[in-house]
Design a protein around this ligand. Structure first.
Ligand SMILES: NC(=O)c1ccc[n+]([C@@H]2O[C@H](COP(=O)([O-])OP(=O)(O)OC[C@H]3O[C@@H](n4cnc5c(N)ncnc54)[C@H](O)[C@@H]3O)[C@@H](O)[C@H]2O)c1
Length: 362
């Protein structure tokens, strides 16, 4: 197994973190510690927001879903994620969201890491949600409703526990099997869990409400009457044009915090509002340039859609953690001829090359 320091490698080789390796890494570090450390990387990168090249992600929509590319760079490193969102996928055993990503050196353009990002996306989404909640949720909040108990749900629960001390959960999903799965997976991990029969029941007594459903349409997971004064809403599932979770009236009563307005105005809950509706950028709050929660009665909404810098931070974190471990394999990814311009010669000299045979008239 490779344990060579990642910086000191053959030019053709790029470390690749498979799903198997990612699971090893996460379990070795520990889920809660991983989430906390990852949140710190995300926070650090939000603080230096102005260093990053930013662009809304490039989305290719189809009837059943979306495939997106999410690039960014801080001038020294470049990262991108390929990610899909197909709510119908779970019906035939596939994930709604899968992803992989690349982290590269700007100076040479050479990739430094390729990684699975399906698990990493669930972790980074949850870490970002909990990070935002640290600035926006009521102080000392311990009870959270989670509506939508699919692949992302447990990660959200674990991040809110690790970063905020949330230890009471109220779960609801239209598929009772999903709630049972979530309850089973989180048993013994320090939560008091109530399975609820409706969204309305789930939000009762909750100080934080996370909506993380998957449906390719304008859905109304929360109606206005379900949202009480002082609540923090972590809206994760509405992340595409035509795909939202909250009734518009809730947005009109909330202070809204977003990642990158040009992307969120198209993809987030705020696509339901006028283009000029005031929103606050999360990075400003984190950098101390704007206020998060002002008072106890305020309704705060983190209109999460997921932004490229969060994936960049996640790849940066994973790369830092890999050094000296065996949680990757080397991929022979980059052609590396002895003389850089002799790429064709490399093909010619490949053992058993048919080109050579042809030239020699064999
Ligand atoms: N904001 C982000 O950064 C980010 C990142 C990852 C995923 N997401 C989004 O989060 C959502 C959930 O992803 P996932 O991987 O957990 O999907 P999933 O398909 O595994 O789970 C979604 C769950 O929502 C439930 N659901 C659907 N409609 C519902 C309703 N009306 N009320 C209650 N429950 C309902 C489904 O039964 C399912 O159990 C997706 O929409 C995905 O696009 C957002």
């Amino acid at each position: 197994m490779p344990t060579v320091p990642i910086a000191d490698r053959h030019l053709n080789l790029v470390p690749f973190v498979s799903v198997h390796h990612m699971m090893e890494l996460v379990l070795e570090i520990g889920v809660e510690r991983f989430l906390k450390e990852l949140a710190a990387y995300i926070e650090e990168d939000f603080r230096r927001w102005e260093d990053f090249d930013k662009t809304p992600r490039v989305a290719s929509h189809s009837r059943e879903g979306v495939i997106e590319l999410m690039p960014t760079s801080d001038g020294r490193h470049y990262g991108f994620k390929y990610v899909n969102g197909h709510p119908k996928n779970t019906r035939d055993g596939r994930q709604t969201v899968t992803a992989f990503g690349v982290y590269a050196d700007v100076e040479t353009g050479y990739p430094l890491l390729i990684s699975e990002m399906t698990i990493l996306t669930a972790l980074r989404t949850a870490a970002t949600s909990a990070l935002a909640a640290r600035y926006l949720a009521p102080k000392g909040a311990r009870c959270m409703a989670i509506i939508g108990n699919g692949a992302q749900a447990e990660f959200q629960a674990m991040a809110f526990k690790a970063l905020l001390g949330v230890d009471r959960l109220r779960l609801f999903d239209i598929d009772q099997g999903a709630t049972e799965k979530c309850q089973r997976n989180l048993a013994g991990l320090g939560f008091e869990i109530v399975a609820c029969a409706s969204g309305q029941e789930a939000v009762e007594g909750a100080e934080i409400v996370t909506t993380v459903t998957a449906d390719k349409q304008y859905a109304t997971i929360l109606t206005d009457n379900m949202v009480g004064a002082g609540m923090h809403i972590n809206a994760v599932g509405g992340d595409c044009p035509g795909k939202t979770e909250l009734h518009r009236d809730i947005l009109l009563r909330s202070d809204i915090f977003v990642e990158y307005p040009p992307q969120t105005r198209v993809e987030g809950e705020i696509q339901q509002l006028d283009a000029g509706h005031p929103v606050q950028e999360l990075w400003r709050v984190i950098a101390g340039r704007a206020v998060g929660r002002r008072d106890k009665g305020q309704i705060t909404l983190f209109d999460s859609v997921g932004f490229a810098t969060e994936d960049f931070s996640a790849l940066r974190y994973v790369r830092d953690k890999l050094s000296g471990t065996s949680h990757y394999v080397d991929l022979d990814l980059l052609a590396d001829p002895d003389e850089p311009r002799d790429l064709f010669g490399m093909l010619l000299r490949f053992p058993g090359s048919s080109l050579l045979a042809k030239r020699q008239g064999v």
